[in-house]
Write a protein that binds this ligand. Structure first.
Ligand code: B12
Ligand code: SF4
Length: 495
């Protein structure tokens, strides 16, 4: 059968498509795990953000798929609904399947759409079984993890347990299935790799626990190294490790760094997400190994520098440093110090706008970011389906905006007890633009060609909304902010 898999074009403020266009790892993993006689095409629509309708139409005409699958996050739901309409109009009898975080956590939202099947949580085996059933015209009622339309109603089969990745059931991704080009991270071709899945923490803003429960499974190093080689052979020079929490098992992470070095794969650049506590408590041995293996940017889940906010976010435990078995305070500064001493850069993941936040508490976090992080990745708490935080915000009546396409992390959709949502967003936006400018000399040293040719576009993106009048101080920052928000609104209309 011909199968088309699509990821959505929607991006958010910290992923300017001029500089960052990453592949969706889920779709190549699905493509690598269907029965081999199927012909699968993967199209990451982030690569054609301004030609979505034309591209989907062209690929559907060329491939003539019997099944079309879409991978969807919550802020992409509206775009997904529009793409589904386009696909249905072109091929009325095609089977449409949705999967990913949003369909898994809010399946009811898809029952109103013209969708045939919905895959909940991990998809490789469920999707493989679904294609077999569609091809053979057999029933789907025994496929775990699948929901399907049955006349006017929907049937939700029992859940599928998380895969034990250790048993090698999940084969390598199929990167040959990609039909669009142009992946980049600051001018170098980028690819994504998984070494593990799952997390045992339960931060209140994170969707992971509702998605798959509290567990942690790992791929063998042989498989991970083969995956990195495959990404490199497909042209990647930068690798993004998309593990939910690779730092849960620090000894394994250290051994992985050693394996990357031993395999000679340390000449690639690596990006990874990490907990501050793991880096702070094991940085002495871990950080030099990471640097040796080629890690360059580390996305640190700092979340907040104030204890009260960390408690609300349920993120205190993963941000605590320990000395001689005793908790000895916040781990963030120690973690940053280890990374900096080993020539790595810190992408500072912070969340501002929790219910108790005041102007002063937000400013304390922004000031921290100005002083210590190399690249800010500051977001607002966003009430994604079924997270514990969503319930807290709803109970307190603090959710101000129900337009899901604006749930992109940098649009404040909740207010605090003391500040309106817009004020929270304004403070972050104003501070963050200048923090990004400070990183340009470092990017210039590493990627001079890219920064010289594309740097101005990145600056234009960062400062969109500004004008000559505002640069001369003849217009207020609030006015520029309003223009920026209007531009964001039009950007979100992908088709
Ligand atoms: C890596 C990652 C990123 C990377 C993305 C790199 C990339 N291009 O892949 C970066 C850092 C750039 C990123 C950015 C964002 N992310 Co993010 N990210 C993740 C993370 C850590 C892992 C996702 C991943 O790749 N997993 C590996 C793949 C294989 O698993 P998977 O995606 O779940 O796919 C499986 C199933 O879902 C299913 N499936 C998925 N799609 C489909 C489609 C079909 C047809 C089928 C059948 C099955 C299926 O099968 C797959 C294989 O088993 C998750 C989870 C977490 N712990 O935080 C968050 C997460 C997905 N991100 C999230 C969000 C909100 C964002 C941002 C909007 C803001 C932010 N928080 O940073 C931006 C938006 C990016 C953009 N487009 O502009 C949310 C989504 C919540 C929601 N309800 O929508 C998550 C869950 C984090 C959270 N807050 O809880 N992210
Ligand atoms: S540590 Fe990271 S992956 Fe784990 S629950 Fe918290 S935010 Fe989610």
């Amino acid at each position: 059968m011909n199968v088309l898999l699509l990821s959505m074009p929607d991006s958010f403020e910290h992923m300017p498509p001029v500089a960052i266009r990453m592949p969706n790892g889920a779709l190549t993993s699905l493509a690598g795990n269907v029965d081999p006689h199927h012909c699968v095409a993967v199209a990451d629509l982030i690569l054609v953000q301004r030609q979505v309708r034309e591209t989907v139409t062209r690929i559907i005409r060329e491939l003539d798929p019997e099944v079309v699958g879409l991978s969807i996050m919550t802020f992409q739901r509206r775009t997904a609904a529009r793409i589904i309409e386009v696909v249905r109009a072109l091929r009325p009898t095609v089977k449409i399947v949705v999967g990913g975080y949003d369909p898994s956590l809010a399946p009811e939202a898809y029952e109103e759409m013209d969708v045939d099947y919905l895959v909940r949580s991990e998809g490789e085996v469920t999707f493989r079984e679904l294609l077999r059933a569609v091809e053979q015209g057999s029933g789907v009622d025994r496929i775990h993890g699948l929901s399907y339309r049955n006349g006017e109603s929907w049937v939700h089969n029992p859940d599928r347990s998380p895969h034990r990745l250790e048993d090698s059931e999940i084969r390598l991704p199929n990167r040959d299935a990609r039909v669009l080009k142009g992946y980049t991270l600051l001018g170098r071709q980028v690819d994504v790799i998984e070494t593990s899945r799952g997390c045992t923490y339960d931060c209140s803003f994170c969707s992971i626990i509702e998605m798959r429960g509290r567990n942690f499974h790992t791929y063998s190093f042989d498989r991970v190294l083969a995956d990195i080689c495959d990404a490199r052979d497909h042209g990647a020079r930068t690798i993004f490790l998309v593990d939910d929490n690779i730092t849960l098992n620090v000894r394994r992470f250290e051994a992985l760094c050693e394996a990357i070095i031993a395999a000679g794969l340390h000449k690639l650049d690596y990006f990874v997400q990490a907990m501050t506590s793991a880096i702070a408590n094991h940085g002495e041995s871990l950080a030099p190994l990471m640097r040796g293996a080629g890690f360059r940017y580390v996305f640190l889940g700092i979340e907040n520098v104030l204890e009260g906010d960390l408690e609300f976010l349920r993120a205190s435990a993963k941000n605590t440093t320990r000395t001689n078995g005793q908790n000895t305070g916040n781990a963030t500064l120690k973690a940053i110090d280890y990374l900096h001493r080993n020539q790595m850069y810190v992408v500072g993941g912070l969340i501002v706008g929790s219910p108790g936040d005041t102007r002063e508490s937000i400013e304390a976090n922004l000031e921290f970011a100005r002083r210590y992080v190399d690249w800010p990745y500051i977001q607002h708490p966003t009430p994604y389906p079924r997270t514990p935080m969503t319930k807290d915000f709803r109970d307190q009546g603090l959710i101000m905006n129900e337009k899901l396409e604006e749930y992109d992390g940098t649009t404040a959709v909740v207010r605090t007890e003391h500040l309106p949502a817009e004020q929270v967003e304004f403070m972050r936006w104003k501070a963050e633009r200048w923090m990004k400018v400070h990183h340009i000399p470092i990017a210039l040293r590493h990627d001079p060609r890219f920064v010289l040719f594309q740097g101005w576009k990145m600056l234009a993106h960062t400062f969109r909304g500004s004008s000559i009048r505002s640069a001369l101080g003849m217009e207020s920052e609030k006015k520029v902010f309003e223009r920026y928000r209007a531009i964001r609104r039009t950007e979100r209309e992908y088709l």
